[in-house]
Design a binder for this molecule. Sequence first.
Ligand code: SAM
Length: 298
Amino acid sequence: MSDRIDDAVLADDAPDHAAVEPGVLYIVPTPIGNLGDITHRAVQVLDAVDVVAAEDTRHSQRLFQHIGLQVNMLSLHNHNEEKRTKLLISKLQGGASVALISDAGTPLISDPGYVLVSECRKQSIRIVALPGACAAITALSASGLPTDRFIFVGFLPVKQVALTQALERLQQSPYTSVCYEAPRRIEQTLQAMVHILPEDQTVVLAKELTKTFETYVTGSAQDVLNWLHSDVNHQRGEFVLMVGPNPQRNESIPAEALKLHAALVPLLPPKQAAAIVAEHYGLKKNALYQATLHKNTV
Ligand code: SAM
């Protein structure tokens, strides 16, 4: 406890004039809707750096107007990241300070920046990441789904076969899965979920986070799809789609049961081995079978 207080005092004492240092890359999250969510430190850093690398300079200009900053911007997006990385590395090596931002939320989280950051690491350029808005974490924290262990999926695949395979993995997962989805695909994805997820596997749709029409919808995949169909406006906006852990796989299986099952599997067909162990430990046969079958899939 006292350590935390000491840390807090240190943070308060951090000198304002040293908002940035030369030759450092700053990763700066920006709001995902509500412009009030930019942090005090983010504004200080954006104000002080020599260059801001932005995913879309015109989009970010609106944010800078809102917070009253004039910054020196350079674009860095999926189509020019390799080229821009070379330029930014040479600026950083020459002592410039650089901030990386994306259109919304945390850079690199389903956004550009990986090429730049990995190259900075290789070149031993210092990187400082600021904490801030991220749709995945915002949605997860209010979802009501287990948060102790979760998987961030990013955008689900577009092609039907790949989408089905990805959803089958979520269906089996003992962890909460967090996905981003585009409005034009939300209906199709939920329809695929209706076919693949069991009725008792919880789906949570988080829409328009931090904005006027922020909404959470919880239920089976079919319940959430019904909600989506109930009003044309429900399909508009930005979405985070979350899937709770597979209810059977989430059942806690004692380590000894898994050990015994692993010992029996070379001697018996897996289902028979699962049946014996399940009866001995009072477990659901299917949960045990699935746990061993898919232990390498998550
Ligand atoms: N880097 C961002 C972050 O930290 O959340 C994510 C960028 S990704 C290109 C954009 C996707 O994030 C959207 O399609 C949507 O799935 C999700 N997203 C962003 N803002 C959101 C919001 N306000 N409400 C719900 N989802 C949002």
